[in-house]
Write a protein that binds this ligand. Structure first.
Ligand code: PEP
Ligand code: MG
Length: 324
């Protein structure tokens, strides 16, 4: 089966009724597969910058980061590369920057950490902008945004980084900037967010964890963690609809996007693009090439009528089996 799917990898990701859905990849380390991948994807939907930071012994300096980011940006150019600012805290700790909290997922995470340490964020922003020189494919994504103030402060820092570089004679453009929708509060402020940034990307892993109040890494409650919980699906469907009304591009970069059934649902809900770990590409592409947009939309309508996770999964499995 895998070989069969592998053969489809160079075919376009288009449904039988002609709807093209851009598939992107989540990356963290420089990948040697860039050249092979490039022809099969629409870009990098999530570059987790904390991953390379985990392999160093201290915060990498501006030059070091510039080299790292340049490799990604140049490697995938002209395709877009969405670089997320440092997202540590929660489950992700740096050996040289330990964070010890009793409730880490509700604590000092993502943008909260970097706004408290603007010196760390500024080095990263300057490095991203420098690395993007002459390429035009950099997008910057902000993790763990909870409030509009955080967006405004970060936008000012990005402007400052750009201004500083320009004063140094390094001309860089303002990249497109996006916000992760992963804290439920953001779903209730989409218009205010849309006035400030250029795109949304749903972090379905954290959004699920926070909507359901279930620690995504705690085995004791793992059975309660389900991105297909009817409440999560309802939230996703509404976010997608509202983003469309605001004319804001909206993608999903959490694990749900890399699951064939999840991907079909997200396509049916109207998401513009899906970003996933590379190994999930073949199965997701195959599912989309076999199911029409009309059927995926009908599937969403059916599933949104259901009231429990097990009903949702049973229904998804039955439909998928039918469509194979
Ligand atoms: C998410 O939360 O869904 C996400 C993509 O980010 P991470 O898994 O790195 O928290
Ligand atoms: Mg997240």
């Amino acid at each position: 089966v895998n070989r069969l799917l592998e053969n489809e990898q160079d075919l376009p990701c288009v449904t039988p009724d002609g709807h093209a859905l851009p598939l992107l990849v989540n990356t963290g380390l420089a990948t040697e597969l860039m050249a092979a991948l490039k022809t099969r994807i629409a870009g990098v939907g999530l570059y987790r910058t904390e991953v390379p930071f985990m392999t160093t012994e201290r915060f990498p300096g501006e030059q070091e980061q510039t080299t790292l980011y340049r490799e990604q940006l140049a490697g995938f150019a002209p395709l877009p590369v969405v670089m997320r600012t440092l997202d540590i805290g929660g489950d992700k700790d740096l050996p040289y920057f330990p964070i010890d909290e009793t409730n880490p997922f509700l604590g000092w995470r993502g943008i909260r950490v970097t706004l408290d340490h603007p010196e760390v964020l500024m080095v990263q922003l300057r490095a991203m902008l420098r690395a993007s020189q002459g390429l035009g494919n950099l997008r910057i994504l902000l993790p763990m945004i909870t409030s509009i103030d955080e967006v405004d402060t970060t936008l000012r820092l990005i402007e400052r980084a750009q201004r500083e570089l320009n004063e140094d004679g390094i001309t860089v453009e303002r990249p497109r900037i996006g916000v992760m929708l992963e804290v439920p509060a953001t779903l209730y402020q989409l218009p205010a967010l849309a006035e400030r940034v250029d795109f949304f990307s749903v972090g379905s892993n954290d959004l699920t964890q926070y909507l359901l109040a279930v620690d995504r890494n705690n085995p004791r409650v793992a059975g309660l963690y389900d991105a297909c919980h009817p409440a999560v699906l309802t939230a996703l469907a509404r976010a997608s609809r509202e983003a469309a009304a605001l004319e804001m591009p909206i993608a999903v970069c959490g694990e749900l996007a890399g699951d064939p059934a999840g991907a079909l649902l997200l396509m049916g809900m109207g998401f513009d693009a899906l970003s996933m770990n590379t190994p999930n590409l073949p199965r997701v592409r195959a599912a989309i090439r076999r199911v029409s947009l009309a059927n995926a939309r009908a599937l969403v309508d059916e599933v949104l009528q259901l009231t429990t996770c097990s009903e949702v999964w049973q229904h998804l499995e039955a439909r998928l089996a039918e469509w194979q």
